[in-house]
Design a protein around this ligand. Structure first.
Ligand code: GLU
Length: 481
């Protein structure tokens, strides 16, 4: 049976990289009719906190990829390393009894001196085995690597045959004491006890894999299969970092990225289909995902692509179920858009002129504001934009004509069916005055919005209503003087 796991350490908020690893494990389990275990690696007591654990657990649950067993299932026990200390102590005793591990009493100073000597001789620093045969009964515990072990190989399901040369490894520390196990021991014990068949994790763990294989062997257990996922990179190809990108999933959700869109984006961060499909539901991903199409090279975190994918999800959701969309987006809208008219907001969201304008839910208030807000003060430079070569006379003619045109029309505020009619009427001014498009339509749009960027003039007019449009055109006329 396929059994995979996601074992985050609760030493920070839920990280984008953890979500991608969880997602790939989730997809792999689902596809193979297997199970995914969600456990918490909290052996590092100083850096682990309950707050971080809650954030990670809630986040994966919210995203729907927390798996089948583990810390997130009410009542389940034994999925936190802090709940399993007895198991680790028993494993350590077994290794010591069988002489596969030994206590080491070397002081920091001695180890430092040893390393300096090795460096001076241009050798890689490694433990020299000083305590290997001393039969000490306290100190840190080191794994004894069999002298004849040879190179360590595994067939990585992403990277292919991988070899680590025996000389690169030394008798590494697996516990600070009999009751104080370290990561390599706990992870191996957990993976064995939880019957994990495949370890799918980030490439940053490659150097851990040979050590863990040695531990599996020392404990007399069969190691699982390994697959190492490519690193996630900043745009400049450095390793994804807080300084250059937001890395906590909470930040993305708070900005109005949709969980489904984030998962879709993360699925493509290191994997693709042969036909380069970009938009997938989670079920579709589970059907199409394969480890052999996971890339070996690093995956650049492209925010523009995330925005595009998120925009597509927003667009599709509005088209399919505007009420459901509004419910979800409400926290971003209510209080931030200067109207409480829910029906009107839904109408605007469905207006073709707004289609694809919202990349994130947090874009909505800004996009809708010009339709409701007081007219912001704007400059003559803006309305008479230089590149259109607009003279004050032209501006006056345009505004007067626009007022005349609007006076001759009627439309119900918010009726987007009138958009074309209004648009045609304003465009008609261009020919009538013998001017260029930009010389007419730019100043009208600025007169209506006061902004450098806004929805187009006809859409503004529809939602502002006839009266307000006349007021704003008049104001422009006065401003021109
Ligand atoms: N606890 C480790 C981490 O958060 C994961 C270890 C593993 O996947 O083996 O990076």
């Amino acid at each position: 049976m396929t059994r995979v796991r996601i074992p985050p350490s609760p030493t920070g908020l839920l990280h984008i990289g953890t979500v991608r690893t969880a997602l790939y494990n989730y997809l792999f389990a689902k596809q193979n009719g297997g199970k995914m275990v969600f456990r918490i690696e909290d052996t590092d007591k100083e850096r682990s906190t309950k707050e971080f654990e809650d954030d990670i657990v809630n986040g994966l649950v919210k995203l729907g990829i927390a798996g089948d067993e583990g810390v997130h299932i009410p009542g389940d026990k034994g999925y936190r390393q802090s709940e399993r200390t007895d198991v680790y102590t028993a494993d350590l005793k077994k290794l010591l009894d069988e002489d596969k591990a030994y206590f080491c009493g070397c002081t920091k100073e001695r180890l430092e001196e040893m390393r300096n000597e090795q460096r001076a001789k241009k050798l890689a620093p490694r433990y020299d085995g000083e305590c290997a045969d001393k039969k000490l009964t306290e100190g840190v515990i080191r794994l004894r690597i069999p002298a004849d072990r040879g190179d360590i190989k595994w067939n990585d399901l992403v990277r292919g045959e991988t070899i680590i040369h025996a000389k690169e490894l030394d008798d590494f520390v697996i516990a600070r004491g009999i009751d104080d196990p370290l990561y390599h021991l706990t992870v191996v014990a957990d993976d064995h006890d939880m019957e994990i068949s495949h370890i799918i994790r980030g490439e940053d763990h490659i150097s851990n894999t040979p050590k863990q294989i040695l531990l599996f062997e020392a404990l007399g257990w069969e190691p699982p299969e390994f697959a190492h996922l490519p690193l996630i990179l900043n745009e400049d190809k450095s390793k994804l970092s807080k300084r250059k990108n937001k890395v906590s999933i909470d930040d993305y959700l708070a900005e109005g990225y949709l969980p489904e869109a984030l998962l879709n984006f993360l699925a493509l961060l290191g994997w693709n289909t042969p036909d380069e499909q970009e938009i997938f539901s989670l079920d579709e991903l589970a059907e199409k995902f394969t480890l052999d199409r996971v890339h070996k090279g690093g995956a650049v975190f492209d925010v523009k692509k995330l925005d595009w994918i998120n925009g597509e999800y927003i667009k599709n959701m509005i088209a399919k179920d505007v009420d459901g969309f509004y419910e979800m987006a409400k926290v971003f809208i209510v209080g931030n858009v200067p109207t409480e008219d829910e029906a009107l907001i839904k109408k605007i969201l469905q207006d073709p002129d707004f289609e694809g304008r919202f990349k994130k839910l947090s874009d909505i208030p800004e996009g809708l504001a010009p339709l409701f807000s007081e007219l912001p003060d704007y400059s003559m430079d803006l309305i008479a934009r230089e590149k259109f070569q607009i003279t004050p006379e032209m501006l006056k003619d345009v505004m007067n004509k626009a007022i005349e045109v609007v006076n001759g029309m009627d439309w119900e505020k918010g009726d987007s069916n009138q958009n074309q009619k209004i648009s045609d009427a304003f465009v008609g001014i261009v020919g009538e005055l013998g001017l260029k498009n930009g010389q007419v339509l730019w100043p009208i749009r600025v007169a209506l919005s006061g902004l450098e960027r806004s929805p187009n003039f006809a859409t503004l007019a529809v939602y502002l209503g006839k009266e307000e449009v006349l007021k704003r055109l008049q104001a422009a006329l006065e401003k021109i003087g």
